[in-house]
Design a binder for this molecule. Structure first.
Ligand code: ASP
Length: 602
């Protein structure tokens, strides 16, 4: 028999009672976390999101209540009224904040029962993730998930407060809109009243936030859901949350300051002190030093070591005369077995003729002087692992100056070495201790190239998005040398992860047209896709710029979690399925008919 709540009012949460409350009467409500039956005494741990309190049901003083306690099962919802009592010293539970007290139950109401769940919130071994996602409401009751969602809330509020104090307005933008270009596919929503027409869910509020600048709102932000229909890679979500902002008249540094400010506030809410300003690095430099546009600064940069070798050494080794030789140093790896060294080869994905020397020990035997110089130049300690990446003589004649003023072969070396550097660090991170919790290395990567060449489509694409402004000094190269045009675009990177991207935008309609032209969009195409925006630009658009950062990722890092799904209350699987509600699903013929949609059966 279930009881009604009646006029009972909760006086404390389950994590609240302390020794100083002894003697008080308290009313607690929560789930039965555990019931232990010792005959005359039944102990119930009652739980809510704040903690656990031990309830004591004593047969002698209250036989009816004791009998009722016998009916309780895991996850039943109860209310209990009782006296707070200090525990005997030898029964104090130091592991929980309420461990010095217990509640001697005087009344027990069973507010609801629960089926035996497929797993318990208190289980120490995690069930498989599919089950967790299917029964997300049980999973969310687990302490770790409660903490992650609380952290998410705190971080979001801290960021909101910071931005609001800086004069930013949080302004909502539509979810049912036109396609906005962020490089992925749109999720579409069919219109019933205009059959054959579709809204798109926003990949980002990009054009709306720019229009808000045209509308005079000066400083906008939004913690906003964005939708991208991508082929899902391991840890992507089709809907995710961005901290999106835009401001009028900023220099890039002003945007960076705002981001540094809200990240400091957000990290503080997560329990970490970070110290802006973050270092800054040109895209070109990041590629040259780390082979990647999101360098992990916890690990050493490349060391160029060509000059350590005599020319005849390089010839013997089959190294191309015009290409760099790069040493990758991974700290504190220690001795590697033959097998482990061979594994490095499988971790190396050569791009365009890049060549790997994974066995530095062997090189040391053949070229003792040169390798000693390499060790010295790279600052390598005895336990550090060194591998070399260079271009082979088969790399062919150097095409120069190609994209970004370096030959494609040289870029290929940086790219291959960049990936290997990260792979080595991850593989040996257990040994080298470079990845310490709480070690946050932020970085601004700036001056990205404006365009990227798409070999298959044989045309230039916008590296960020087509509303990003080129450098004022590079405007004249838009037609003649697109590869050399730098964008006023920037990324904020943390420990090798891109947290966000942004740019100063194009605010002049003539320049926007030029960019569309450079991207191979005809006037007609540009007009049909972005006509409304091009028109808006004509009505007095101030210079403006902004950025968007992934909230899910930030919280994941702060929580020390290894998947975005750990910090999103109701996430989707890697196949974009919501296992709890079972979405997506087919819909009825009638619904489709109303929308004028026919589903092809193949
Ligand atoms: N809209 C961009 C993005 O979602 C960010 C920006 O340029 O502000 O990546």
């Amino acid at each position: 028999m279930l009881d009604f709540l009646g006029d009972l009012r909760r006086t404390h949460t389950c994590g609240a009672l302390r020794a100083s409350d002894a003697g008080q009467t308290a009313v607690l409500m929560g789930w039965v976390n555990r019931r232990r039956d010792f005959g005359n005494l039944v102990f119930i741990d009652v739980r809510d999101r704040t903690g656990i309190t031990q309830i004591v049901c004593d047969k002698e003083s209250n036989p009816a209540l004791h009998a009722k306690a016998g009916e309780l099962r895991n996850e039943y919802v109860i209310a209990t009224v009782g006296k707070v009592k200090l525990r005997e010293p030898n029964t104090i539970n130091k592991n929980i904040p309420t461990g010095e007290v217990e509640l001697i139950a005087e009344e027990l109401r069973i507010l609801n029962e629960a089926k035996q769940p497929p797993f318990l919130p208190s289980d120490t071994v995690l069930p498989n993730e599919e089950l967790r996602l299917q029964y997300r409401y049980i999973d969310l009751r687990r302490d770790a998930m409660q903490r992650n969602i609380e952290l998410r809330h705190k971080v979001a509020i801290a960021i909101r407060d910071y931005l609001s104090a800086q004069g930013f307005f949080e302004i909502e933008t539509p979810f049912m809109t036109r396609s906005t270009p962020e490089g992925a596919r749109d999720y579409l929503v069919p219109s019933r009243v205009q059959p054959g027409s579709f809204y798109a869910l926003p990949q980002s509020p990009q054009l709306f936030k720019q229009i808000l600048m045209i509308s005079g709102f000066d400083r906008y932000f939004q913690i906003v859901r964005c939708f991208r229909d991508e082929d899902l890679r391991a840890d992507r979500q089709p809907e995710f949350t961005q901290i999106d902002l835009e401001m009028s008249y900023p220099q890039p540094e002003r945007v960076w300051e705002v981001v540094e400010g809200f990240l400091t506030a957000g990290f503080k809410a997560g329990g970490y002190e970070i110290k802006p300003p973050f270092p800054r690095m040109d895209y070109d430099e990041a590629i040259r030093l780390y082979g990647i546009d999101k360098p992990d600064l916890r690990l050493p940069a490349f060391t160029p070591v060509r000059d350590c070798f005599a020319p005849e050494n390089l010839e013997t080794l089959g190294v191309h005369p015009g290409l760099p030789v790069i040493a990758i140093r991974t700290p504190k790896v220690g001795e590697l077995s033959r097998k482990e060294r061979d594994e490095i080869k499988t971790m190396f994905h050569t791009k365009g003729g890049a060549k790997l020397f994974e066995d530095f020990k062997r090189l040391e035997k053949s070229f003792p002087d040169a390798t000693a110089k390499v060790r010295e130049k790279a600052g390598a300690a005895a336990a550090d692992l060194i591998v070399l990446v260079t271009g082979s003589t088969q790399s062919g004649e150097l095409k120069s100056p190609g994209v970004r003023k370096v030959s494609p072969q040289e870029l290929a070396i940086y790219a291959s070495a960049g990936l290997l550097r990260v792979a080595l660090a991850q593989k040996y991170s257990g040994r080298h201790g470079c990845f310490q919790p709480g070690d946050f290395r932020f970085l601004w990567v700036t001056n990205f190239p404006m365009f990227e060449y798409d070999e298959t489509e044989q045309r230039w694409n916008a590296a960020h998005h087509p509303f990003t402004s080129p450098h004022e000094q590079d405007m004249d190269k838009l037609e003649s040398d697109p590869a050399a045009v730098r964008a006023l675009a920037y990324d904020v990177v943390l420990n090798g992860t891109e947290l966000g991207s942004g740019s100063i935008r194009i605010h002049r309609q003539d320049i926007q047209r030029k960019i569309f032209h450079a991207l191979g969009l005809t006037e007609a195409e540009a007009k049909s896709r972005f006509g409304f925006f091009l028109e808006a630009l004509e009505y007095g658009t101030p210079p403006h710029g902004g950025i968007a950062l992934g909230l899910d990722r930030i919280v994941m890092i702060l929580a020390g979690a290894d998947s975005l799904r750990e910090v999103i209350p109701f996430p989707k699987t890697a196949r974009a399925v919501d296992l709890m509600v079972d979405a997506p699903t087919p819909v009825s013929e009638a619904q489709l008919k109303e929308l004028g949609i026919q589903v092809s059966k193949n």
